[in-house]
Design a protein around this ligand. Structure first.
Ligand code: RB5
Length: 142
């Protein structure tokens, strides 16, 4: 079991709620950083919170959601130590771990369905970093 930081803006709220149940069902401890309703909020606040939790070691990984996944992933990647991957399917989720050692998965609630999002979460959390030549490249990310 690991601790997963989970956050979204209002556009990602309903998918975040579904993914919290999915994560708990997989046996993870969930650090839910909001938002807590459909009321309009600003995605940078939530991307940053999740990334800071991961960078500080308060969570081993993060899952973040906004409408497209774009804004919240940009916000999260401005936190040193965050490697956020915006994924739309099981393949990008798997490769973001194997090749990029991503520690935060970003999803777009207005772009993918709930089942695909669940697939992405499972692939992201179950896939180890491949290391080898990829380690050198990840090191260059800073
Ligand atoms: C909110 O309307 C929307 O702009 C946000 O969720 C996200 O898609 C931004 O990238």
């Amino acid at each position: 079991m690991s601790r997963i930081a989970l956050a979204s803006d209002h556009a990602g709220f309903e998918l975040k709620e579904a993914l919290r149940d999915e994560l708990k069902g997989l046996g993870h401890d969930v650090l839910d950083l909001g938002t807590d309703s459909l009321d309009s909020v600003d995605y940078p606040d939530f991307g940053r919170k999740a990334a800071e939790a991961v960078a500080a070691g308060e969570a081993e990984a993060g899952v973040i959601v906004c409408g497209t996944g774009i804004g919240i992933s940009i916000a999260a990647n401005r936190v040193p130590g965050a490697r956020t991957a915006l994924c739309h399917d099981i393949t990008t989720a798997r490769l973001s771990r194997e090749h990029n050692d991503a520690n935060i998965l970003a999803l777009g609630a207005r772009v993918i369905g709930t089942e695909t999002a669940r697939d992405c979460v499972r692939a992201f959390l179950e896939t180890p970093f491949a290391g080898g030549r990829h380690q050198r490249r990840v090191d260059k990310l800073g």
